[in-house]
Design a protein around this ligand. Sequence first.
Ligand SMILES: Cc1cc2nc3c(=O)[nH]c(=O)nc-3n(C[C@H](O)[C@H](O)[C@H](O)COP(=O)(O)OP(=O)(O)OC[C@H]3O[C@@H](n4cnc5c(N)ncnc54)[C@H](O)[C@@H]3O)c2cc1C
Length: 325
Amino acid sequence: MISPSNFAVDIGKTLKPHEYIGMVSREVLDAYLRERASKNGAKVINGATGEKKTLEVDAVIGADGANSKSIDAGDYDYAIAFQERIKIRNDKMMYYEDLAEMYVGDDVSPDLYAWVFPKCDHVAVGTGTVTHKGDIKKFQEATRNRARDKILGGKIIRVEVHPIPEHPQPHPIPEHPRPRRLLGRVAQGGDAAGYVTKCSGEGIYFAAKSGRMCAEAIVEGSENGKRMVDESDLRKYLEKWNKTYWPPYKVLDVLQKVFYRSKPAREAFVEKCADEYVQKMTFDSYLYKRVAPGNPLEDLKLAVNTIGSLVRANALRREMEKLSV
Ligand SMILES: Cc1cc2nc3c(=O)[nH]c(=O)nc-3n(C[C@H](O)[C@H](O)[C@H](O)COP(=O)(O)OP(=O)(O)OC[C@H]3O[C@@H](n4cnc5c(N)ncnc54)[C@H](O)[C@@H]3O)c2cc1C
């Protein structure tokens, strides 16, 4: 985790040997999932090419991403993410063998974060923003600049730009970005339902999990295919989803509001990341998707320390401002 002043904190210290954050190349992962579904009896139809056809089905899981057209999901806001896949020299790649970088700062993103993620034989360098979409290329340049020495001489092999669902303005349903996720026998999952978390921007786990949860509700409601499902059967998936994931969504929402809002707050955020208790709480919620019950004494210390960090970071900003006058 790298602060606006380039102060870097290693946040993986509390991970146990079997715990890790996996990095995937989507073209590899998606092909693997498609093939596995096919082997298990699914009929795969390429929807992107060929002529338009009609298919009669009992239920639909709308998993067609952030630009979903499965149902009218209502108004929503979105972040734009820009990513360059960069092939760097093998010796430079060694540095990223076991490491991912997250950069925070107004230069790289005014409201989210920028990243260098390893992708096996190359790196993905990218950034995102909700509030300043028109400046995305400027932020990308700043991100490349911050990682300059580590990606020096790299060759861009692919450029990707994509929307990431965010909360609509004003926000009708507190825990979910999309006003509507269900209509008759169509239920939305993944980005089509807006299941990307704030702060971390994580969406792959939630896409897979929501697809599975929805499918399970259909299997159960149809009594293994003996009965036609209706909206109330699919609604059970939404109820289970809300109950299971509301706390982590809310915590990440608050974290984004508190820590990404200004330079001092981001400095404080990175400083806080050095705290082993913070790391443990963060990874527990990231790896196991639940808000771990904290230790009240540690929570209190954390609150006091956080205020301390914010005060220090604000004082630092004031001193910096004085220097630049
Ligand atoms: C640059 C970037 C970096 C990200 N990094 C991370 C990360 O590090 N970790 C993480 O967890 N998440 C990350 N995310 C978010 C993550 O990619 C999404 O949350 C996740 O892919 C959502 O999965 P999905 O299956 O719902 O949608 P998608 O992955 O968007 O898949 C939707 C699919 O539907 C297909 N489709 C659309 N319309 C139709 C149609 N009419 N007929 C047939 N097919 C159709 C599309 O071609 C696509 O294949 C990132 C997103 C971006 C943009």
